[in-house]
Design a protein around this ligand. Structure first.
Ligand code: GDP
Ligand code: MG
Length: 441
């Protein structure tokens, strides 16, 4: 997709001014990109209309070529549509500040309550209590209890024979008495939007009087997500949206449609089943993703959190420049890979890698014997790490001896490195779009 769009944009080179004619191919590609990203058709239409109106008649500035100009307009417009900046949670209220989550069954509400509680407690140092008002499924209450215990967050007990409104009132009182900063209320889902349960969530909302009312929605559910977003937005005064399971949906189109339908900010993305599988929403990144580019910013942020910042920046810079990937980079990466959720998740976020269609687990073999590889590379001289071709018979022997391994192990590490280097090269040549974009800041 990125490649095709890029080809179309190339044709625009040398045009001095954008016209209906010369942008029509590019607009068609943008339209396809949006539809492929699962943006709903009415949203696509109004979006293309806006972009066209902005683009036509624009003089192509000296610093950008026409293709870049179109992309910049599209990108800016996407970002504007999704809300310019990431909206954090607003918890400024006499404690306990109540957060209510609502959404369809299976959307990821309970999981998200756990993730938010974990963030607020362990990153922001808040005193957090959670409670479940899901009285229809005892298993759902137990799920929250287990989750709360695993992250050491206060759990307020509730049971299936209670009334949801009573549960909320009881929890508020308990949170106040225990001097909690935040109370997060998990609610019952529903398979479809249904009147009775909608009445119930309204009553729960009234009792909770929350400062944040968050609609949790599964990004994979396509147009259904848009329908339920609309229904919940009409029933409740939503303050924000959390889009879950975006790890399974690389396209990001739901963000655009839901934002357009509700007008409410998307505050977080669910990016995995684990407790830390959540990240703040950045519209510029989703815009890039929708246009079929890699999510480099997210990669950098994750790297900053989990690995040595400088090293990661150096590597990303190097990769962006398409420069050589040497054994030192490989060693750093092997050593850090465990921390970063595995190589496949790392690769998926680099520009161009999404298009490679690696079979699941394809990289598993490359990652074998990580510790051995690190030891082997440590036994090399800096020059050998930079120019692996130097490593022949006698050097191999010395390295094996130094690292307490066999020559076969050295060969294996070198072979794995070569495979990885090839991947990096492939990525470099597919990452041209990023090069083009970089000048636009
Ligand atoms: P609820 O019915 O809305 O409370 O949904 P749950 O929290 O029980 O989640 C339903 C399923 O979705 C569970 O299997 C979760 O592990 C899974 N899930 C929730 N959020 C995410 C996410 O961001 N990514 C992935 N891959 N799975 C998620
Ligand atoms: Mg639940």
């Amino acid at each position: 997709l990125g490649d095709r769009l890029q080809g179309t944009l190339k044709k625009l080179r040398g045009q001095a001014r954008l016209t209906e004619e010369n942008i029509s191919d590019a607009m068609r590609e943008v339209r396809i990109a949006l539809l492929e990203a699962d943006v709903s058709l009415p949203v696509v239409k109004s979006f293309i209309g806006k972009v066209k109106a902005k683009a036509i008649g624009t003089d192509v500035s000296k610093s950008l070529n026409p293709g870049q100009m179109v992309i910049k307009i599209v990108q800016d417009e996407l970002v504007e549509l999704m809300g310019a900046a990431n909206d954090a949670l607003n918890l400024a209220q006499t404690p306990p500040a109540v957060i209510l989550v609502a959404g369809l069954q299976g959307a990821g509400k309970t999981t998200t309550v756990g993730k938010l509680a974990n963030l607020l407690k362990h990153r922001e140092g808040k005193r957090v209590m959670v409670v479940s008002a899901d009285v229809y499924r005892p298993a759902a209450i137990l799920q929250l209890k287990t989750l709360a215990e695993s992250i050491d967050v206060t759990y307020h007990p509730s049971s299936a024979d209670q009334n949801p409104v009573d549960i909320v009132n009881g929890a508020k009182l308990a949170a106040k008495n225990a001097v909690m900063d935040v109370l997060i209320v998990d609610t019952a889902g529903r398979l479809h939007v249904d009147q009775q349960l909608m009445q119930e969530i309204k009553a729960v909302h009234a009792a909770a009087n929350p400062v944040e009312t968050l609609f949790v929605v599964d990004s994979m559910t396509g147009q259904d997500a848009v329908v339920s977003a609309k229904a919940f937005d009409e029933a409740l005064p939503l303050t924000g949206v959390i889009l879950t399971k975006t790890d399974g949906d690389a396209r990001g189109g739901a963000a655009l449609s839901i934002r357009e339908v509700t007008g409410k900010p998307i505050k977080f993305l669910g990016i995995g089943e684990k407790i830390d599988g959540i990240e703040a929403f950045h519209p510029d990144r989703i815009a890039s993703r929708i246009l079929g580019m890699g999510d480099v910013m997210t990669l950098i942020e994750e790297a900053e959190q989990k690995v040595d910042k400088e090293k990661a920046e150096k590597l990303v810079k190097k990769l962006k420049k398409g420069k050589g990937f040497d054994l030192e980079d490989y060693r750093d990466q092997v050593a850090q890979m465990n921390n970063m959720g595995g190589i496949e998740s790392l690769m998926g976020k680099l520009p161009g890698m999404g298009n490679l269609n690696l079979p699941a687990g394809a990289m598993g073999g490359v990652m074998g014997d990580m510790n051995k590889s690190v030891a082997i590379i440590n036994s090399m001289t800096p020059k050998e790490r930079q120019f692996p071709a130097l490593i022949k018979g006698s050097r191999k022997k010395r390295i094996a001896l130094g690292s307490g391994t066999q020559i076969q192990d050295v060969n294996k590490t070198l072979k794995q490195f070569t495979q990885m280097q090839k991947m990096m090269k492939k990525m470099g040549s597919k990452g041209k779009m990023m090069k083009m974009m970089r000048g636009m800041g």
